[in-house]
Design a binder for this molecule. Structure first.
Ligand code: ACO
Length: 443
C-alpha cells in the first residue's frame, strides 16, 4: 500500500530514526515522539508540559484539519500533488472506464472486486430494496412545492431511521448489512420522489427490470410509457459520474458521517449528516453554484470582467480550487471528456461557451496559477446534468446518491476500527475568565 504523505515536522524538532526529538524552550526538556506512517500521535504531545501543575500538556491546534489525520483508512488514496485518485488501489480512470457503480460500491466497502456470484446477489439485493414505505410519500408531500431537494433528501433519509428501529444495533453485522443495502437502494427512489414533488408530477415507483441508473432515470422522467428507455448516452454519463463521486477519503461530508457515526447513532442519521454537509456551496453544493455563476455572467464577453472581479475579491470562481488537489483533479479530466461526448449529442450551448472561456482565461492567469487553482470535478458536472435536463438545485442530490457508497464504507470502517472513539476535538478557550452574574434586564 502507498504510504501516506509525511506529516509536517515541528520547526525546532530533529528527526531521529522513527522518533522525533523536540526540545521545549520553556523548560529545556527534550521529548521523544514516536513517528509511525509519517505521523506523530497528537496525544503524545500531552507529555510535553511546563512545571505548572495545572498545565494539561501541549495541544495541537489545527482549525479545518489542514494537517491532521483523523483515522487510518484503506479505502481511498489521493495524491493531491500528482492528481492521483484510487479506490482500494484501483485508479479512478480504470474504474470509470470499465466498472459499474454497484461494482464500485461493493469494492469500496469490501476491499476487493466482487466475483460474478457476489455481484449478482448484490444487484439483486439492491434492486429488491428500492421501495420505500408509503408513509414516506405522505412525509414528502408535506414539503412546499419549492423546497430545496437537498433539504427534502436530508430529512427523508433521517426519517428512514424511524422506519427501521433495529438499525440502531450497529454492532450486529446483519443489521449493518441490511441498513447499507437499504440506503444504497432507497436513495435513488427518495431523490426521484423529491424531483417529482418539485415538478408536481405523480411519483413513479421503482422498476426492477432496470439497472440502478436506468431505474433512477425512469423514476425521474417516466410519464406514460409502459417501460422507460433511458437515452444510452445519459445512462452511461450518470454511471460514470456516480463512480467518480462515490468516495473521496476524509472530505467534509465523510468527516461529518464519521464524526456523527462515532456517537454510535444509526446509519440513516449518520448519512443524513453527510447529506447536510454536502449541501454546502463549498462542498457538493458547488456544482449548483457553478451554473448559477454562469447564468449571472450571461455572455462570453462578460467573462474577463467577471474574472477581474474574482481577483479583486468580489467572490470565488466556483468549481475552481480544491483543498487536496494542487495540480489537477483527475475526476475533472474524466468529466470533461464525458461532457464532450454528451454535448456531441445534445449540442453546445451558450453556457458551455461561457464555461470554456472561464476555464481558458483562469488557466492562463497568474492569480489562479500561483494559487494552484484548477477546475475541480464540479466545474463540468453541472453542465452535463443540465444538458440532461436536471434542474440546477437537483445537482447536489445526484452527488449525494453516489457518495452514499463511500459514506457507508467509511462509516463501517470507522465502527470496526478499535482505535476509534466518539469524535470529540479539543479547543483553545479564548473567552472570559470567571465573572459574577449581574442581571442587566428586568425579568
Ligand atoms: N476562486 C478564487 N480564489 C480562490 C478560489 C476560487 N475558487 N479558491 C481558493 N481561492 C483563493 C483563496 O482566496 C486564497 O487566496 P489568498 O491566498 O490570496 O487568500 C487561496 O486561493 C487559497 O484558498 P483557500 O481558501 O485557502 O483554499 P482551501 O483549501 O481552504 O479551499 C475550496 C478549497 C473550499 C475548494 C476553495 O478552493 C473554494 O471555495 N472553491 C470554490 C468552491 C468549490 O468549487 N468547491 C468544490 C470543491 S470539490 C468538492 O467538494 C466536490
Amino acid at each position: 500500500m502507498t504510504p501516506p504523505s509525511t506529516a509536517a515536522v515541528p520547526p525546532d524538532a530533529k528527526v531521529a530514526g522513527d522518533v522525533i526529538e523536540v526540545t521545549d524552550s520553556r523548560t529545556g526538556a527534550t521529548h521523544s515522539l514516536p513517528v509511525t506512517d509519517g505521523a506523530i500521535r497528537a496525544n503524545d504531545l500531552k507529555k510535553i508540559r511546563t512545571q505548572d501543575e495545572d498545565d494539561p500538556g501541549l495541544l495541537s491546534y489545527d482549525p479545518a484539519f489542514l494537517n491532521t489525520a483523523s483515522c487510518r483508512s484503506s479505502i481511498t488514496y489521493i495524491d493531491g500533488d500528482k492528481g492521483i485518485l484510487r479506490y482500494r488501489g484501483y485508479p479512478i480512470e480504470q474504474l470509470a472506464e470499465g466498472s459499474s457503480f454497484l461494482e464500485v460500491a461493493w469494492l469500496l466497502r469490501r476491499g476487493e472486486l466482487p466475483n460474478q456470484t457476489e455481484y449478482d446477489q448484490f444487484v439483486h439485493d439492491i434492486t429488491y430494496h428500492t421501495y420505500v414505505h408509503e408513509n414516506m410519500r405522505k412525509f414528502l408531500e408535506g414539503f412546499r412545492y419549492d423546497a430545496h431537494p437537498m433539504a427534502m433528501l436530508n430529512s427523508s433519509v433521517a426519517a428512514l431511521a424511524s422506519f427501521y428501529p433495529t438499525s440502531r444495533n450497529i454492532m450486529d453485522e446483519k443489521e449493518r448489512n441490511i441498513s447499507m443495502i437499504r440506503l444504497l437502494a432507497k436513495l435513488p427512489t427518495l431523490a426521484a420522489f423529491c424531483y417529482r414533488h418539485a415538478k408536481g408530477l405523480p411519483f413513479v415507483y421503482p422498476d426492477n427490470r432496470l439497472s440502478y441508473v436506468d431505474n433512477f432515470l425512469s423514476m425521474v422522467a417516466r410519464m406514460t410509457e409502459p417501460k422507460y428507455e433511458a437515452n444510452p448516452i445519459f445512462s452511461k454519463a450518470l454511471e460514470v459520474l456516480f463512480i467518480l463521486h462515490a468516495d473521496h477519503e476524509q472530505n467534509c461530508s465523510t468527516s461529518a458521517v464519521r464524526a456523527v457515526g462515532s456517537s454510535h447513532v444509526d446509519p440513516f442519521s449518520a448519512m443524513s449528516a453527510g447529506i447536510a454537509a454536502l449541501f454546502g456551496p463549498l462542498h457538493g453544493g458547488a456544482n449548483e453554484q457553478v451554473l448559477r455563476m454562469i447564468e449571472e455572467i450571461g455572455s462570453v464577453k462578460r467573462v474577463p470582467e467577471f474574472i477581474e472581479g474574482v481577483k479583486a475579491g468580489k467572490g470565488k470562481l466556483m468549481g475552481f480550487g480544491h483543498r487536496v488537489y494542487k495540480s489537477y483533479d483527475p475526476r475533472a479530466t474524466i468529466v470533461k471528456k464525458l461532457a464532450d461526448e454528451v454535448f456531441a449529442v445534445v449540442g453546445v450551448d451558450k453556457d458551455l461557451e461561457i464555461a470554456l472561456e472561464l476555464e481558458r482565461i483562469a488557466l492562463s492567469d497568474d492569480y489562479f496559477i500561483s494559487r494552484k487553482l484548477y477546475p475541480n470535478v464540479d466545474f463540468y458536472t453541472g453542465l452535463i446534468y443540465r444538458s440532461m435536463a436536471f434542474p440546477t438545485d437537483f445537482f447536489t442530490v445526484l452527488f449525494a446518491i453516489a457518495r452514499t457508497a463511500g459514506w457507508l464504507a467509511q462509516w463501517e470502517e470507522m465502527l470496526l476500527d478499535k482505535e476509534q472513539k466518539i469524535a470529540r476535538p479539543r479547543q483553545i478557550y479564548t473567552g472570559y475568565d470567571e465573572r459574577a452574574y449581574a442581571r442587566k434586564i428586568a425579568l
